[in-house]
Design a protein around this ligand. Sequence first.
Ligand SMILES: Nc1ncnc2c1ncn2[C@@H]1O[C@H](COP(=O)(O)OP(=O)(O)O)[C@@H](O)[C@H]1O
Ligand SMILES: [Mg+2]
Length: 138
Amino acid sequence: MKPQLILLAGNRKVLFDFPSRLPSDINKDQFKQVVLNLFSNAVQHTNPTTGVIQVIGKINEKELSLIIQDNGHGIPQEHLPHLFERFYKADASRSRAYGGAGLGLAISASIIELHGGKIHVESKLNAGTAFEIVLPLT
Ligand SMILES: Nc1ncnc2c1ncn2[C@@H]1O[C@H](COP(=O)(O)OP(=O)(O)O)[C@@H](O)[C@H]1O
Ligand SMILES: [Mg+2]
């Protein structure tokens, strides 16, 4: 999936550090859907030339963790608790230009929770945003 992400990123810098093989109990299609959702958001909310997006994954016996971090404009703190709600957009006027429906994060969270995992966001205005996923492995 790395080549696909690099293509999506255009001139943004992509730092990709993820084990090349996924554990067999991970639903690959669903996992890719989540990564694609989070990565597309990072692309949309970073500068096309100075943007930097990091995809860092780790796998141990217990869990898979994934962090997708960007150096974009960030999200005001008051929006963070609502971000995973269906149709929620943090900045209506700005987001409208992207034409997203506000469903990507809701779908991602549903997929992760369906598999007993957790998704978490941290963001700082004018500094960037990081989404972290932790998925238990059986
Ligand atoms: N990496 C990010 N940087 C800044 N804002 C983000 C980021 N990811 C998501 N958001 C905010 O969260 C909202 C919801 O994201 P999402 O559910 O993917 O919907 P959509 O991308 O269709 O707007 C976005 O509209 C945007 O305001
Ligand atoms: Mg989106």
